[in-house]
Design a protein. Sequence first.
Length: 131
Amino acid sequence: MSASSATGLAAPARDLTGAPADPTPVGPPVPAIDAPIPSVESHHTRTGDEVARANGEVSLAGLAPGTTGVIVAVVGAGPESLRLRDLGFVAGTRIRSIKRAPLGDPVVYELRGTRLCLRRSESDRVRVRRD
């Protein structure tokens, strides 16, 4: 049994090296419990998706079967995005969602008189404005 537990007194605080801990506060003071919490939204910058939604745009995957829209942009510069552009997914093109597979992926779309089937990973790259 140690001396501090025998007397009921706590041992003095020590740092990791075993030296007595410095009681001087470090850092900014902790706000009182009733103090107002600063707003996080005042420092929030809108993401590209938030700006697109505010402009009425959704990803092509968000176009429900039977609805139409106009392609606004294809996002990205990788091979998948370039291939979509080669297939006719360019700004200003009208597109219609035809039908969705039973598990939701893939989806058949019609544009420029052609029906194409895209997986969600591909259709998420295409931004459309609903009609």
